[in-house]
Design a protein around this ligand. Structure first.
Ligand code: RTP
Ligand code: MG
Length: 157
């Protein structure tokens, strides 16, 4: 198995509460078609406190209140995606934060196809490898057995 020779990376993906059942299925299809392995999966309704902690980097932003409200209004699908360069590849698959920009620059991206506006934009992806590991630990509450796979290929940022 050739994968053995190349370090894999993990990222956290979230299908947000605005995604309909149909969107969810299509997003999951894209994930598999994109060659990601789903190594952990769970559906969770975030409490307000968890949503605040999850997006704590944005605490000072004017949209923070709305973002927290939105993220705990319904169930989220939480996924750990594993692939070489997973962080960057998943963000590319999502497309830009704002669906208008996504439609203009990457019309096949998930946000171009499924997001309704800059806040209700269907999917989340960790912004770098360190955030990915931190958020995976926060959501799944453990140090996952495959965490060691990351060490060799670790890069900052
Ligand atoms: P995410 O963290 O959810 O993957 O999204 P992102 O990196 O593309 O964007 P980020 O700047 O981290 O923003 C986090 C989420 O906050 C909401 N948002 N609303 N109203 C607004 O201007 C605004 N800007 C951002 C979105 O749900 C965004 O994904
Ligand atoms: Mg972000």
């Amino acid at each position: 198995e050739i994968d053995f020779f190349f370090p894999k990376q993990r990222t956290l993906a979230v299908i947000k509460p605005d995604a309909t059942e149909e969107h969810r299925e299509k997003i999951l299809e894209e994930i598999h078609a994109g060659g990601f392995s789903v190594t952990q999966l769970k559906e969770t309704a975030l409490s307000r406190e968890m949503a605040e902690e999850f997006y704590k980097e944005h605490r000072e932003k004017p949209f923070f209140g709305q973002l927290v409200e939105f993220m705990c209004r319904g169930p989220c699908m939480m996924l750990v995606l594993t692939k070489e360069n997973a962080v960057e590849e998943w963000r590319a698959m999502m497309g830009p934060t704002d669906p208008d920009q996504a439609k203009a620059t990457s019309p096949m991206s998930l946000r171009a196809r499924f997001a309704s506006d800059i806040l209700h934009n269907s999917v989340h992806g960790a912004s770098n490898e360190q955030h990915a590991e931190e958020k995976i630990r926060f959501i799944f509450g453990e140090i996952c057995p495959d965490a060691e796979l990351n060490r060799d290929g670790e890069t900052d940022g």
